[in-house]
Design a binder for this molecule. Structure first.
Ligand SMILES: [Zn+2]
Length: 247
C-alpha cells in the first residue's frame, strides 16, 4: 500500500435533519471520529489537497497520504468536525461558495427542495484557517459550470478566487466543481486563472499520472460502516467504481 493517495469527500458532519432529502450527505460526528481514528490506525498521513498536489507536482510517491475535503463550507464543519480534527491535529480542505459566505445553501434549497443549512461566516473561516485548514473555491454561486457561457465561467471561477483571497488574505489554489460538473472548457478556465488543481466527484484513488484538474475522490456517506470505510480506502473498490462511471 506504499504511496497510496486518496481524497475523502464529506459534506455535512451532523445528524441529518428529519426533513433532509439527501441524508447520505450527512456523516454523524461520532462516526466521523471513528473514521479519523482509523486513518491514524492505518498509517495515513493527513494533508491538505494543496500539499497532496505539491507531492504530485514533485513526482513524490513515497507516503500514504489522505486529504479530507468538505464541500460547501457548512457551519457544522466548524461546530462538529473542527474539534475532532484539532484533537488529531489533522489539516483539512474546505470548499466555500464565495458569494454565500455567512449565508445558507440556497442552491440546494432551490434545486432539490433541501433543508436550509447555515454556511460558515468570515470570522469562522478565519479561525479555521488559523488552525491549518486550507480554503478552496467552490465557485461564486454553486451553478453547474458546464451550462455556462465563457463570461459566466470566468465570473464563477476567477471572481470567487479573488473574493476569497481578499476576504481571508490567503492564496486560493484548489477549485471544486459544483455538482461535480466539469468538462475540458471548464478545466481550461480553472487552469488559466492559476488554480493548481481541480476536484470533482469522480470516484477513485489518486495516481501521479492523473489529471490534476479532474482529481478523483472517495465519498463518505451516512451509511458508510467503518468496515466499508476501511475497504474503500485500502482496496481497489473505489477505483473499480470509478471505472464503471467511465462506461
Ligand atoms: Zn457543493
Amino acid at each position: 500500500m506504499k504511496g497510496k493517495k486518496i481524497i475523502l469527500m464529506y459534506h455535512n458532519i451532523a445528524n441529518p435533519p428529519y426533513r433532509a432529502k439527501m441524508k447520505g450527505l450527512y456523516v454523524l460526528p461520532s462516526m466521523f471520529k471513528v473514521q479519523m481514528w482509523l486513518l491514524k490506525f492505518l498509517g495515513f498521513k493527513v494533508v491538505t489537497v494543496k500539499a497532496l498536489v505539491e507531492q504530485m507536482y514533485a513526482n513524490n510517491d513515497t507516503d500514504n497520504l489522505v486529504a479530507l475535503t468538505f464541500d460547501d463550507g457548512y457551519e457544522d464543519f466548524y461546530k462538529n468536525a473542527m474539534p475532532i480534527l484539532a484533537q488529531y491535529r489533522y489539516p483539512a480542505t474546505v470548499f466555500v461558495v464565495s458569494s454565500l459566505i455567512g449565508k445558507t445553501n440556497e442552491w440546494d434549497v432551490s434545486r432539490y427542495g433541501g433543508v436550509v443549512e447555515r454556511l460558515m461566516d468570515v470570522q469562522q473561516l478565519k479561525e479555521i484557517k488559523q488552525m491549518g485548514v486550507e480554503i478552496g473555491s467552490h465557485s461564486l454561486s454553486h451553478k453547474d459550470l458546464t451550462l455556462l457561457d465563457d463570461d459566466g465561467l470566468k465570473t464563477e471561477i476567477m471572481d470567487s478566487k479573488k473574493q476569497i483571497e481578499d476576504l481571508l488574505q490567503i492564496p486560493v489554489e484548489t477549485f471544486c466543481y459544483p455538482f461535480g460538473g466539469c468538462n475540458e472548457r471548464v478545466k481550461d478556465v480553472v487552469r488559466a486563472v492559476h488554480y493548481k488543481s481541480g476536484i470533482g466527484t469522480k470516484r477513485g484513488s489518486v495516481y501521479l499520472s492523473d489529471d490534476l484538474f479532474d482529481l478523483r475522490r472517495i465519498p463518505v456517506r451516512l451509511n458508510t460502516h467503518p468496515l466499508l470505510f476501511i475497504y474503500k480506502i485500502i482496496s481497489a473498490y473505489e477505483d473499480k467504481k470509478g471505472r464503471c462511471e467511465r462506461h
